[in-house]
Design a protein around this ligand. Sequence first.
Ligand code: IMP
Ligand code: MG
Length: 171
Amino acid sequence: MEDIKVLIDEETLHNKVQEIAEQIMKDYKGKELTFICILKGSMFFTADLAKMIENNIELEFIKASSYGENTVSSGNIRIDLDLKNDIAGKDVIVIEDIIDTGHTLEYLLGYLKSKKPKTLKLCVLLSKPERREVDINIEYLGFDIPNKFVVGYGLDYNEDYRNLPYIGYIE
Ligand code: IMP
Ligand code: MG
């Protein structure tokens, strides 16, 4: 196991998720929502956020992977697991763990838009602005972080560390 340093502790995460939940409830008063959890990294964030929201939420899952490379997104993206239900006419929020270059989300948002949701917004826990290659509009953002490789709270390094309750980085 590598040496993991804490970047964002549990309490700071919890407070930020609460803040985002309150903003979403304000923006979607009385509306039914569809959350699309991007697997696997967003599972803890999606679960915590959804539990703090009083609106009825339909949960959908999608999984994409970039082929070719490992920790760096190449822009060649394919869908490994697709939505189960139709999102046409729904108020959809896509929940993502981290945005790095932006290629994964650019691809996924394009794909989801083609399904004709009524509205489509993006909620991302972590962003590395230094690394961005495509411009993506993020309606709900947790934290801008420095260009470090982070793990925990769903994020992995070769499938390890997802269940750490905080966001850490590998030295
Ligand atoms: P993008 O297409 O470059 O924005 O890459 C986004 C994807 O790369 C995320 O959904 C993660 O799966 C992965 N990723 C990027 N940075 C990190 C990191 O620091 N830790 C873990 N996964 C990361
Ligand atoms: Mg991911």
